[in-house]
Design a protein around this ligand. Structure first.
Ligand code: KIV
Ligand code: ZN
Length: 411
């Protein structure tokens, strides 16, 4: 048995947690990162932009399951799909629209009559219309000039808004567009009835400060609700989204696990936890659902989550190194900035080459094993031998080793 002086504070991360950061842990070094008030809305596009990940196809049943999880986690808007893509896609959007009641459901459409009729046929009460405004896209893809693009925006937005359906409008490739033209395009959308203006960083080619600048410019020019949609080509999607919010955006587009075209989109988990940690605003989301959502989307899409991914990676709350485990068992905030319970999971202590005796003691405590310190050290020596021989050792194996040890009379 351990003596009183050996006893350590084995805190398992269960129970209610209010904030992502534990009291007194947050340091902004005097930077005004917290200077954003109000609630930020979350539009999840896992079922549209996420499904556009190369090689991914999600069935209607799976889509409904994910949509229900997103709704119970509290996302404001679910972008359910791109109805013109196929009859099955149109069917999926209309099915999701009929089962989801708390979140708004929206469908995507280009600024063309066919796309608009396809999305209107699903019954959604929110349409996300888009057209490209960068010279690169207008010249090489749309083969339209600026005045044709402006005309198309005004006709399309009006055709949806005049039927009493909410319009969110995006200038595709906004962040590589000419600023004066971008303002003209967004003002046209607003004047034709769009109530949310979304700024997509379509190829993820922006820096955080540039995103903040663009949002300020568009918000100043339009006085309308601004949203941001960031891709992750340079690994900056989450940072760009947070800086967009600091510039005045009040809605963020995200996907579960950050899946999406190429390097993906801003990840739901990172953006929500980021907003609630670094900005003085909230999302109203049930963050404890994030772990389950991540697992479900990974299993449905077949896209594994990077082990060291922030917030939902398998290693995000795992500790192996002896020095770290020593810190953790004494006081979790030494090496754990986020309580795993906040996102619906638990801390994991991994035993291996870098472990110290505290890892073994942690397992003993969790499994009600009573043994002296020398026994724990003996087990650790064995664990290291096995691990160095190439075999993984999990918690169950350590428990088994204790039982064996007790049987042969070691303890
Ligand atoms: O990345 C993008 O530009 C898009 C648009 C359809 C909004 O996904
Ligand atoms: Zn996108």
């Amino acid at each position: 048995m351990f003596s009183e002086s050996d006893s350590v504070n084995y805190v398992l991360s269960k129970g209610p947690v209010q904030n992502v950061f534990r009291t007194g842990e947050f340091h902004d070094w005097g930077m005004d990162l917290k200077d954003v008030a109000g609630r930020i809305k979350i539009l999840d596009t896992t079922l549209r932009d996420g499904e556009q990940s190369p090689g991914v196809s999600i069935s209607v049943h799976e889509k409904i399951r994910i949509a229900s999880l997103l709704e119970s986690a509290g996302v404001d808007v679910i972008e359910a799909g791109f109805p013109i893509a196929s009859d099955a896609e149109k069917h999926a959007v209309s099915q999701i629209n009929s089962v989801i009641s708390k979140s708004e459901v929206c469908g995507l459409a280009r600024c063309t009559g066919k796309d608009i009729e396809a999305v209107m046929g699903t019954g959604v009460k929110r349409v996300h219309l888009f057209i490209a405004t960068s010279d690169i896209h207008m010249r090489h893809k749309l083969k339209m000039d600026r005045s044709q693009v402006i005309e198309s925006i005004s006709k399309s937005v009006d055709s949806v808004a005049s039927r009493g359906v909410k319009v969110e409008f995006s200038c595709e490739d906004a962040t590589r567009s000419n600023m004066d033209f971008l303002k003209e395009a967004f003002k046209t959308a607003r004047d034709s009835g769009a109530s949310v203006l979304n700024i997509p960083d379509t190829v993820g080619a922006l820096s955080p400060t540039a995103m903040m600048h663009i949002v300020k410019e568009i918000r100043g020019a339009t006085s309308t609700e601004i949203s941001v949609h960031c891709h992750n080509d340079f690994g900056l999607a989450t940072a760009n989204t947070l800086f967009g919010i600091m510039g005045g955006a009040t809605q963020a587009h995200v996907t579960v696990n950050g899946i999406g075209e190429r390097a993906g989109n801003a990840s739901l988990e990172e953006v929500v936890v980021g907003i609630e940690s670094f900005l003085s605003s909230g999302t109203g989301m049930s963050k404890e659902k994030l772990w389950e959502l991540s697992k479900e989307v990974s299993s449905v899409t077949g896209m594994a989550v990077q082990q060291n991914k922030a917030i939902v990676g398998e290693n995000a709350y795992a500790h192996e190194a002896g020095i770290h485990v020593h810190g953790i068992v004494n006081e979790v905030s030494t090496y754990e900035p986020i309580d795993p319970a906040v996102v619906g999971t638990e801390r994991r202590i991994v035993v291996g080459k870098h472990s110290g005796v505290n890892s073994i003691r942690w397992i003993m405590e969790r499994n009600g094993i009573e043994a002296d310190l020398e026994t724990a050290r003996e087990i650790l020596r064995e664990v290291k031998k096995i691990r160095e021989g190439g075999t993984r050792v999990d918690e169950g194996k350590v428990v088994e080793m204790f039982q064996e040890y007790a049987k042969i009379g070691g303890n």
